[in-house]
Design a binder for this molecule. Structure first.
Ligand SMILES: [Zn+2]
Length: 116
């Protein structure tokens, strides 16, 4: 993605100072839980039920910004991102936001009893 910006003639140093984080997102199909992709009434025979967004958030720290500014190869960027702990991916509904770098602390609130 950063390479694409550079392709547009954006100065990498300006880009690095303007960016705080990069989020990669893609949609994947979710396999039907009722039939495990074999096809059933619940999924109308498709084997899939809906889509899910998978996102990866890379928070840019000073190391990573410097690498971008100096046009470091993508491999080095990945190394730096990994060293900074930016390697978590998570599945989520498209409407939700998730932080790949730091999952929110789990709350110990009592879950409601099922009403079925
Ligand atoms: Zn199914």
């Amino acid at each position: 993605m950063i390479g694409r910006f550079q392709h547009l003639g954006v100065d990498p140093f300006n880009l690095a100072s303007a960016l705080n984080a990069v989020m990669a997102q893609r949609l994947v199909r979710v396999i039907c839980g009722a039939c495990a992709a074999k096809g059933c009434a619940a999924c109308r025979g498709t084997g899939y039920r809906g889509r899910k967004a998978i996102a990866e958030l890379m928070v840019l720290n000073d190391d990573i910004k410097e690498l971008i500014a100096t046009r470091a190869p993508a491999r080095k960027l990945k190394e730096a991102a990994r060293a900074a702990g930016n390697r978590k991916t998570c599945g989520m509904p498209p409407s939700a936001l998730c932080s790949g770098a730091k999952p929110p602390p789990k709350r110990s609130t009592v879950s409601t009893s099922s009403s079925s």
